[in-house]
Design a protein around this ligand. Structure first.
Ligand code: 5GP
Length: 190
C-alpha cells in the first residue's frame, strides 16, 4: 500500500463541518510561488525581514519564505484580539513580541487573512512606530468588501467571499490548521 500523498487531506475528508474548497492546495502552491517571485524581484537589493503574525500565518510564512529566493530573515509576533471568534473588536493585544529591532529594516508583514482590517491596522501602526526603513504587507487572503478602511496591501494571495474559512494555518478553536487547503467552515463559530 502506498502512503497517501497528503495525509491531512484524508484525515478531514469526511468531516461534516467542512464545506466547499475555497482555495485548493494546488492553487495555494502556485500562488505562493508567484508571490515569492514578485517579492524577490522587488526586494532584490534589500532582503526583507519577514514578520509573520501567529498563529494563522505560520504555514503561509513557511512556504512563502522558501519561495522568496533571497536571504530573508524571519521573525514572528502573536496578537490576540478581543471580540468573538468571528468578529474582531479592533482592540488588539501583543501576546508575543518580535525579537528583532526594526529600526532601518525593510519589513514585510505576512498576514493570514484580512477581514475587517482592524487587526492589520493595529499591527501596522505598532510596527511603523518602531522606525523601519519600509513596511509592506503580504496577505494570503482578503475577504471581499468588508474592510472599513483601505488596508493598503502590497501583495495579496486571493480575494475570497465573506465566508468563514479554515485550513492552511487558519483554525477554529485550534483545529484544522494542518488542512492543506482552504475550506468553508460550516459549524458554529464562537
Ligand atoms: P480582522 O481584524 O481583519 O477583522 O480579522 C483578522 C483576524 O481574524 C485574522 O488574523 C484571523 O485570526 C481572524 N479571522 C478573520 N476571518 C477569519 C476566517 O474566515 N477564518 C479564520 N479561521 N479566522 C479568521
Amino acid at each position: 500500500m502506498t502512503a497517501p500523498e497528503r495525509p491531512a487531506l484524508d484525515t478531514y475528508r469526511d468531516d461534516p463541518l467542512l464545506g466547499d474548497v475555497v482555495v485548493s492546495h494546488d492553487a495555494l502552491e502556485a500562488r505562493v510561488g508567484e508571490l515569492g517571485e514578485q517579492i524577490a524581484a522587488d526586494y532584490r537589493d534589500r532582503p526583507p525581514l519577514m514578520v509573520g503574525v501567529l498563529k494563522g500565518a505560520f504555514m503561509f510564512m513557511a512556504d512563502l519564505s522558501r519561495a522568496v529566493g533571497l536571504p530573508v530573515e524571519c521573525d514572528f509576533m502573536a496578537v490576540s484580539s478581543y471580540g468573538s471568534a468571528t468578529k474582531t473588536s479592533g482592540v488588539v493585544r501583543i501576546v508575543k513580541d518580535l525579537d528583532a529591532d526594526l529600526t532601518g529594516r525593510h519589513v514585510l508583514l505576512v498576514e493570514d487573512i484580512v477581514d475587517s482590517g482592524l487587526t492589520l491596522s493595529y499591527v501596522r501602526r505598532n510596527l511603523v512606530a518602531r522606525n523601519p526603513a519600509s513596511l509592506e504587507v503580504c496577505a494570503l487572503l482578503v475577504k471581499e468588501g468588508l474592510q472599513r478602511a483601505d488596508p493598503d496591501l502590497r501583495y495579496v494571495g486571493f480575494r475570497i467571499p465573506p465566508v468563514f474559512v479554515v485550513g492552511y494555518g487558519l483554525d477554529v478553536a485550534e483545529r484544522y490548521r494542518n488542512l492543506p487547503e482552504i475550506r468553508v467552515y460550516e459549524g458554529p463559530v464562537g
